[in-house]
Write a new protein. Structure first.
Length: 318
């Protein structure tokens, strides 16, 4: 299923809704809260979170950058869901945080169900680095679910160190969480600005961190994300057609590439800018190259689309 589900539109809607609700401090998720109302059996746990459309970006997309997030799509009227969900919760809480269970009531969150193309429930989807990588439908037995999760963890353990950390916690103390490090107030200030939709303030905050710590990879990645979000909020899908009609208009090509990335068409965006690099010279070429490198930073370094585009860019430049 990798790449088959377009989550970009839902991500954008969840960001907008989160900004609208930020002033009221609304948070619908219940991570770590036993007896969370979204669970069919009233269960919960520290590695189980009830996900809403507003919290989808934070609780699924962003969390999946650290460990696999297993999304359980269910409804109160679904009898097989009442058999499967408790199994998933038990396994999640026993995992020590090697993976997280994200529970989605499809009746209350129809946009999430639509994004995953749900046709019947229960449906369970594994999300890694913001993309679905595997899924099943129906109420599998506990041994079958264990095997399915084990295959996912085995495939990702070398690339996601937090999986092994969670497994060590589970082996040592039944899933006890380590003591949390104190939150960096500089990042907290930047994230608060981002929640308010103040991209300029968030960008300035991340830039200040980089001025003090030029090698801070987290701040660099966050800065690239903020800059893109500020542009993507103004992205117009019609920019793609305008750029196609004016291949020598550099600014039109940059706007079209942003629109394509926002529409989850990264390969098209990369190809567009690589071709533009090949047609331009001097300051225009550097402008396009820099913009393209900034788009690369929105994706994992080992993303095959990025690797392919980097090779193509090198050929265009040299």
């Amino acid at each position: 299923m990798a790449g088959a589900v377009d989550l970009s539109a839902l991500k954008a809607r969840s960001e907008a809704a989160a900004r609208q609700q930020a002033a009221g401090g609304a948070r619908s998720t219940a991570q770590g809260a036993p007896g969370s109302p979204g669970s069919p059996d009233g269960g919960g746990g520290r590695y189980v979170v009830d996900v809403t459309e507003q919290g989808f970006q934070r609780d699924v997309l962003e969390a999946s950058l650290q460990v696999p997030v297993v999304v359980d799509l269910w409804a109160t009227w679904c009898e097989p869901c009442k058999q499967l969900s408790p199994v998933l919760e038990r396994l999640a809480n026993a995992s020590g945080g090697a993976w997280i269970l994200a529970k989605v009531d499809v009746d209350a969150n129809p946009r999430i169900a639509q994004a995953f193309g749900v046709q019947s429930i229960p449906m369970v989807v594994a999300v890694v680095a913001g993309q679905p990588v595997d899924a099943f439908q129906g109420a599998l037995s506990e041994p079958q679910v264990k095997d399915w999760i084990a295959r996912i963890l085995d495939a990702l353990r070398d690339r996601m160190p937090a999986i092994a950390e969670g497994e060590r916690r589970a082996a040592a103390g039944g899933g006890a969480e380590p003591e949390e490090e104190p939150e960096d107030p500089r990042f907290a200030a930047a994230e608060d600005a981002l929640e308010r939709g103040d991209y300029a303030e968030a960008e300035a905050a991340y830039q200040q961190i980089l001025d003090q710590e030029p090698a801070n990879e987290m701040a660099q990645a966050a800065l690239s994300q903020v800059r893109f979000l500020a542009r993507a909020e103004q992205a117009d899908p019609s920019a793609i057609g305008r750029a196609d009609a004016a291949p020598d208009d550099v600014d039109a090509q940059l706007a079209a590439a942003d629109a394509e990335v926002a529409l989850d068409k990264a390969e098209s965006a990369f190809r567009r800018l690589v071709d533009t690099v090949g047609r331009t010279f001097g300051d225009d070429r550097e402008k396009v190259r820099s913009h393209l490198v900034g788009l690369f930073e929105l994706f994992p370094a080992d993303d095959p689309r990025v690797s392919t585009a980097r090779r193509a860019l090198a050929r265009a430049l040299f």
